[in-house]
Design a protein around this ligand. Structure first.
Ligand code: CMP
Length: 186
């Protein structure tokens, strides 16, 4: 992992402590060969190549700013390896946002996410989960840093233009909910 080059985490087996590898014990070529989804940065540190789920929300498709948002993602080094424009049914949005069930905003969130087309994407890149969250900015556009998608395009907490997975576990779940393996071309 970045910042701790002696201890590597294999990105596709995140829950198995046994799969932590002491890099010191391996020639670099061996360590890289363990997972083709790692890369080495210019300091020689092995960096996790991750995948994350991104959604361009109805407020953005309505304003025809999908392309502007994709430019931000690609400029940050994230590659779109799957993408489709869909209109969710209530059952899709309820399932996707199941974690928020019981929250006061859940019903409005489901209504909003089914109010128009959305663009589902799988993004791939170095530390893609965190990088995408940095590019998106804080959930509420008023709290987001200048230059982030939500600051520049978001309207309010609900109409905040984009969603991105918040962890490796969530990314796996969300990608599996939205895409078949055959639709992801990395
Ligand atoms: P998103 O990243 O898609 O995850 C859940 C969404 O719920 C969030 O972005 C917001 O758009 C929306 N939301 C609405 N109200 C709230 C709230 N009070 N706290 C967090 N998220 C909210």
């Amino acid at each position: 992992m970045r910042g701790d080059p002696d201890r590597l985490r294999l990105p596709y087996f995140p829950d198995h402590a046994a799969l932590f590898v002491e890099a010191r014990a391996l020639p670099l070529s061996c360590a890289v060969a363990i997972s083709p989804r790692n890369s080495v940065d210019d300091q020689g540190t092995i960096v996790a190549i991750e995948r994350t789920l991104s959604i361009i929300k109805p407020d953005a498709t309505e304003r025809n700013i999908v392309g502007l948002i994709i430019v931000r993602l690609e400029s940050a080094g994230l590659q779109v390896i799957a993408q489709k424009r869909v209109r969710w049914k209530k059952k899709d949005a309820k399932k996707f946002y199941d974690v928020h069930k019981g929250q006061p905003f859940y019903k409005d969130l489901v209504n909003f996410m089914t109010s128009g087309p959305i663009v589902l994407q799988v993004l791939e890149g170095e530390n893609a989960i965190l990088r995408n969250r940095e590019v998106m900015g804080a959930t509420n556009p008023v709290d987001a840093l200048p230059g982030t998608i939500r600051k520049d395009f978001g309207v309010n907490l609900q109409r905040n233009s984009v969603h991105g997975s918040d962890s490796e576990k969530t990314a796996k779940r969300e990608i599996a909910l939205c895409f078949k393996k055959s639709e992801i071309v990395g």
